[in-house]
Design a protein around this ligand. Structure first.
Ligand SMILES: NC(=O)C1=CN([C@@H]2O[C@H](COP(=O)(O)OP(=O)(O)OC[C@H]3O[C@@H](n4cnc5c(N)ncnc54)[C@H](O)[C@@H]3O)[C@@H](O)[C@H]2O)[C@@H](O)CC1
Ligand SMILES: [K+]
Length: 552
């Protein structure tokens, strides 16, 4: 599990070390210089076309930048083939600028031509002296001209963004804001024309992101890599800021895991954690103990959703899947998945709503959804409903909520659906608002409904009470019709398998949901192999992915 530390938690952890004279900045700067040297050398040997730059930011499995998290590195600087390369440092007033200056001194001593642009009249004094002593060029704030910065950056091999780190407050102020805005435009122009553009390394965080909340309140220079010190920060995991962080790597400066947050608020689940959520059947298990998933999905208009939910549930190892609906839907499900049962009966989880439009056009499916929701919320007697069980509430079912939900209910909207849900709750928001601040709105939905909220996107966020998971394993190819239905079925299976545990400890729900997202993303990557993928392919890849995750 990757645990992000807030700015305050970082400060609390570093304080005793700094008081004891631990050279944190020296370690950070060495790690930074080593990374910059290695990146420049690698890019020089590979060429530096935009295509190659992109290839560098992606893993061999095609997982995009925010998803790639490397293990901590030890500090130390090695000299290499970066001799004569050009480095530009963007230097702010605080210690983040100090890191950049000391790293620049290492780079200059390694034979790079280093230019530092100071955006403040007073910067880290020792860092500045070190850079000057190493022969770096320094452009003072009084001499700063935006076109010159842009020109120098465009001609550089590597840029270290040290404008602001965990001391950041709000959008970048002038002159940093103006410089970054101009650089973002220059980068876009270079991308459009195929002109070269340097490799950008964010020092600790891309300057200007909301370090604790993942917001992007103003201009931010997108990084190819973020070298972050001591531990992850929430903003490096959470969208939209995660999208400008590139490949995130933690430099171990010796903060020590023991000094991290007591109860981490922002997490990224890894495969081993997903494996721990899975319930592997034992010799005493039978189909009922493994979990029965009840599915109310699909209508005459959208029958495929029922088929895909069933596929997700069956292929991820449900003990049994019960699919309820009109025969046009259940017949199709049976044709594809003869193991599905279409008679009613006890279930350990519900999947409600995929393929059921909110226009009331299928009264039968609506009635089934209302009945199941009554079970989930406990508003009807267990004698009638079969009892309270966890549920996945998707698509049309989200428009049918009449009662506050328990945490064991998982809402699975995309941005448009969340906007609709929040409008129904009296908030004037549209899809663009949700996309700009997905975490804020997912948290608002969690508070307003009581449910666990799984907001789908390039980085999917899962919000339970007091915890947010940010998962980025899905390749962009996974944004395809029906992929969400497969996820709903898969999550239904995981919830059914852990239903007793989830009922005993509802806070487990967000963990189970995050595990489903990990497996779904991995299945998408496996099925895609770097190319297009269908929702059916994703479901078909689930058994392999689950076996692989369990085998590790
Ligand atoms: N925590 C650790 O373990 C380590 C931290 N170090 C560095 O120290 C940094 C934190 O240093 P500081 O506390 O000095 O803070 P920062 O350097 O992040 O920022 C503080 C400065 O930025 C200005 N500032 C804040 N918001 C701004 C905005 N929106 N626009 C323009 N300027 C803004 C402030 O006025 C202040 O001068 C970390 O990010 C990291 O880079 C490293 O040196 C050593 C290891
Ligand atoms: K920075």
């Amino acid at each position: 599990m990757i645990e992000a530390w807030t700015a305050d938690e970082i400060r609390a952890a570093e304080k005793p070390l700094l008081d004891a004279g631990t050279p944190l900045m020296d370690r950070a700067a060495r790690a930074l210089a080593r990374t910059a040297l290695a990146d420049v050398a690698r890019r020089r040997s590979a060429g530096s076309s935009p295509r190659l730059r992109l290839a560098g930011a992606l893993g061999s499995d095609g997982v995009p930048g925010p998803g790639r998290v490397r293990p901590p590195r030890r500090h130390g600087v090695s000299r290499n083939a970066a001799h004569g390369a050009r480095a530009v440092l963007l230097v702010g007033a605080g210690n983040n600028g100090g890191d950049a200056l000391f790293a620049g001194a290492h780079l200059a001593r390694s034979g790079m031509r280093v230019t530092a642009f100071l955006v403040a009249s007073a910067v880290h004094a020792e860092g500045l002296a070190a850079l000057e002593a190493a022969g770096g060029e320094v452009i003072a704030r009084s001499e700063l001209r935006v076109p010159v910065v842009v020109e120098q950056v465009a001609a550089a091999d590597v840029v270290l963004d040290g404008l602001v780190g965990v001391g950041s407050r709000g959008a970048l102020r002038p002159p940093s804001g103006g410089i970054v805005r101009a650089l973002v435009e220059s980068r876009a122009a270079a991308e459009a024309t195929g002109a070269p553009w340097p490799w950008v390394i964010a020092v600790d965080v891309p300057s200007g992101i909301g370090v604790d909340d993942g917001s992007v309140p103003g201009p931010v220079l997108p990084a190819d890599r973020t070298l972050t010190f001591g531990a992850h920060k929430p903003g490096l995991l959470l969208p939209p800021a995660a999208h400008v962080a590139g490949v995130v790597e933690v430099a171990d400066v010796g903060l020590g895991a023991a000094q991290g947050p007591q109860v981490p608020g922002t997490l990224r689940m890894e495969e081993a954690d997903a494996a721990a959520v899975l319930r592997v059947p034992g010799v005493r298990d039978h189909k009922y103990t493994r979990g029965v998933v009840g599915v109310v999905a699909g209508t005459e208009k959208y029958p495929g959703a029922g088929v895909l939910v069933a596929a997700g549930a069956v292929r991820s190892g449900a003990g049994m899947v019960r699919a309820l609906g009109p025969t046009t839907v259940t017949d199709r499900i049976l044709t594809r998945h003869p193991e599905v049962v279409t008679a009613g009966g006890r279930v350990q989880s519900w999947v409600l709503g995929p393929g059921i439009p909110s226009d009331g056009s299928d009264a039968g499916q609506d009635r089934r959804v209302y009945g199941a929701l009554a079970a989930v919320t406990g508003v009807l007697d267990a004698e009638v409903t079969g009892g309270v069980v966890p549920a996945v509430i998707d698509a049309g079912a989200m428009a049918m909520l009449e009662h506050r939900l328990p945490e064991i209910a998982v809402l699975t909207p995309h941005a448009g659906e969340l906007a609709e849900l929040m409008r129904g709750l009296g908030h004037e928001v549209d899809r663009a608002d949700i996309e700009a601040e997905p975490v804020r709105w997912a948290r608002a939905a969690q508070r307003a409904t009581g449910a666990t909220v799984l907001l789908k996107g390039a980085v999917t966020v899962i919000v339970g009470s007091g915890v947010t998971f940010a998962q980025a394993e899905a390749p962009a190819w996974l944004a395809t019709a029906g992929a969400g239905d497969v996820l709903a079925g898969l999550l239904g299976t995981l919830l059914a398998a852990r239903a007793d545990d989830v009922l005993a400890d509802p806070s487990l729900t967000s963990r189970v949901a995050a595990a489903a997202v990990v497996l779904h993303g991995r299945a998408g990557a496996l099925a895609s192999g770097g190319g297009p993928v269908s929702a059916t392919d994703v479901a078909d890849a689930l058994p392999r992915v689950i076996a692989d995750v369990l085998a590790r």
